[in-house]
Ligand binder design. Structure first.
Ligand code: GLU
Length: 676
């Protein structure tokens, strides 16, 4: 018989509670009833929003905006990797938090409710995520934060990307040494070679110094309490440690094994109460001593260096990170990549992420087409059915943008962009010329070439990336944080110390320093360089008549490795061109193209992945078939985006925040909500 596995995020210190089905149904009924009131004011999404009726903020009643959360892993819900549990749009008056886990959303929301800033909420939520989503992010990894200051209207891009150690050479990821030119063991990801000097705590500290209202110390309290009292293992975390191969890999590291596995070596199951005293201790030291307690010579730094240099049983190639590498790590404030898209201004993350430039290029190319006339049809809460032409155009724009990104973008502290700034790649006439390569009746032959900006060619392969999480936060003062945070692959490098996992971010570098033609690869390993990222935390603003920055309009971002760029572009087009609400745009079928394959996410209820006789999976789906008829190679594999979006709208004559969390993950939206 299948065991019932309800995820209860209520931070129990006692054995897991089982919510009877009736409880869920009653909660749903009550919420649906309360959602029925309202006047006849129709908004442009077909909803009926009455004047805001505030309800107490931050309540996690097993609901998200009036719908019972059916989490992946619960009976009747799909599997984690293939999950899609429809979610309802959430409306709030002044503050809102969206993360990919209910517990971290709740902690962030409580801080916002209590007058904390978006940065305060990000610090507290990140520490909680280190517990409830350890496979995706934590203090052993890196992060990018896009911050909007509502008072000055200033945007800052905070770079907390990991760095290569000072002792790394360009063959660091592919050879054990210059005399032993064999690959690191057991492979690059799970060796010490993949581990970059972490940046998450330094970048949060930097942003907090600029924009924190609460003390650094108090922001660690919720996570310290959770780590000490215990928390119920969420379904995604349980799923991420459940496969036989993962368990084998976990067993290499005794600290990981003790944390993630039962004494008999089986993986800990969903809802098991887990405590993390080692992380409670680490957090306490950092809460009291600041990030220095982590980075400066001391017990935490020494344990990190020892761990990176471990060989375990002799079968693991160590990394060369030193105490000085940690002590010298610096988070950086960078100029955001801002460009215009129709009546909006879009600001994204500059290098070392390729996200801001690639998303900006996709939109800049699409600006040459009347996207509004290619909107999805049969609009529903899941984003309707995208049109063949709409998806074709977004896909082709993606093909062109990925070609440039792959060739030219790396850490600009080491390798300059063409023209010395993002402006050359985002130049409107250049993008119009790229748009001219697109036909409405046939797909371009792939791979499409990168633009020619002169100078030496810099080949670069596409690198597979996975893992990661994203937070979208708006505080009462109107400040906004879009933060994408990562340890790279699920469970990072499989090295654990101090209760947290160390990243494998350096595998975002190209392991090969030169391409097949002998051209140097922009994203090759160099000492102290930051690996190129695809993370795309994004802020959107209205533009005033004179072209200057107007009100905040929207924020979004996602995990998903190189595919992040496609997830984010799709969501932006959904809201800005197709006038979908935040949840509809996030929920909409994940589609796009990376200069190789067009994706149409098969986990989505509006995609028919069945295979007709003699055909391919998806051939029965009009969108997939239509794209194939144009010449696209289409994959209907399941997508695992973790999008969130907050959109500022006017509802019932008053400004409101409209939020959406990805149905493909277990996140929720909370805030000072009201039900239109
Ligand atoms: N390491 C990836 C990047 O920085 C993110 C990984 C992911 O999103 O899964 O682009």
């Amino acid at each position: 018989m299948r065991q019932r596995t309800t995820f209860d995020p209520a931070l129990p210190a006692s054995p897991p509670r089982r919510r009877p089905r009736g409880w869920l149904m009653m909660a749903t009924a009550a919420l649906l009833l309360s959602a029925c009131g309202g006047d006849d004011d129709d908004d442009h999404h077909g909803h009926k929003p009455p004047p805001p009726q505030p309800v107490a903020g931050c309540e996690l009643n097993g609901t998200t905006g009036g719908e019972v959360i059916v989490l992946p892993g619960e009976p009747g819900a799909p599997e984690v990797a293939t999950g899609y549990a429809p979610k309802r749009t959430v409306y709030a008056k002044t503050y809102m938090a969206v993360t990919n886990n209910p517990v971290s959303t709740k902690v962030a929301c409580d801080i916002l409710k209590d007058g904390g800033t978006a940065v305060d909420a990000a610090v507290a939520a990140q520490m909680v995520l280190n517990l409830v989503e350890p496979q995706s992010s934590g203090i052993g990894g890196g992060a990018f934060i896009m911050h909007y200051d509502a008072q000055t209207k200033k945007v800052i891009a905070y770079d907390g990307r990991e760095t290569a150690p000072s002792g790394a050479d360009e063959n660091y990821l592919r050879w054990k040494s210059s005399t032993d030119q064999t690959p690191p063991l057991p492979n690059a990801v799970r060796s010490g070679r993949s581990i970059g000097t972490p940046g998450t705590l330094r970048v949060l500290e930097l942003a907090h110094r600029d924009y924190g209202k609460k003390t650094w110390k108090e922001l660690f309290s919720p996570a310290i309490k959770l780590a000490t009292d215990g928390f119920a293992i969420p379904p995604r975390m349980a799923a991420s440690i459940s496969s036989a191969t993962t368990v084998q890999n976990i067993k290499r590291d005794p600290e990981m094994a003790a944390y993630f596995l039962n004494p008999d070596g089986t993986p800990r199951a969903v809802n098991t109460i887990l405590k993390n005293p080692a992380l409670a201790q680490t957090f306490t030291a950092v809460a009291e001593g600041g990030a220095d307690a982590f980075y400066k010579d001391g017990p935490i730094a020494r344990a990190i260096v020892d761990k990176i240099r471990t060989t375990y049983d002799g079968g693991t190639t160590p990394g060369v990170t030193t105490l000085d590498d940690l002590a010298n790590y610096q988070a950086k404030k960078r100029e955001p990549v801002c460009t215009t898209y129709r009546q909006y201004e879009i600001c994204g993350m500059p290098p070392p992420s390729s996200g801001g430039i690639a998303v900006g290029q996709i939109l800049g190319i699409l600006e040459n087409f009347d996207m509004a006339s290619h909107a999805p049809t049969s609009m529903d809460q899941n984003g309707g059915k995208p049109s063949v032409t709409g998806v074709h155009l977004v896909g082709e724009a993606g093909n062109l943008a990925y070609a440039d990104r792959n060739q030219y973008v790396a850490d600009t502290d080491f390798v300059p962009l063409p023209g010395g700034s993002p402006d050359t790649m985002l130049n409107k006439s250049y993008l119009a010329q790229r748009a001219g390569m697109i036909s409405l009746t046939a797909a371009m032959p792939r791979p499409v070439p990168a633009g020619n900006f002169g100078g030496a060619p810099m080949g670069a392969p596409i690198i597979a990336e996975r893992g990661t999480t994203h937070l979208s936060l708006v505080d009462k003062y109107g400040n906004v944080v879009a933060m994408t945070t990562t340890i790279e692959s699920g469970l990072g490098s499989y090295h654990m110390t101090g209760g947290f996992l160390l990243n494998n971010e350096l595998t975002d570098f190209s392991a090969e320093p030169v391409d097949a033609n002998g051209a140097q690869i922009a994203n090759r390993v160099q000492p102290l360089k930051r690996p190129r990222s695809s993370m795309s935390p994004t802020l959107v603003f209205e533009r005033k008549g004179d072209g200057s920055r107007g009100d905040f309009k929207m924020t979004t971002g996602s995990p998903g490795g190189a595919t992040i760029i496609q997830y984010v572009a799709k969501t932006l087009v959904g809201v800005l061109d197709w006038k979908m609400d935040a949840q509809q745009a996030v929920s909409m079928i994940d589609f796009g193209s990376n200069n190789a394959t067009m994706i149409v996410g098969g986990e989505h209820p509006n995609v028919d992945t069945s295979t007709p006789q003699g055909g391919l999976p998806g051939d029965n789906d009009p969108l997939v078939k239509g794209l194939r008829n144009l010449g696209h190679t289409v994959s209907v594999g399941n997508q695992s985006s973790g999008l969130s979006a907050i959109v500022r709208e006017t509802i019932g004559g008053a400004p409101a925040l409209v939020g959406g969390a990805d149905p493909r993950r277990e996140g929720v939206v909370l805030g000072d909500t009201f039900r239109p």
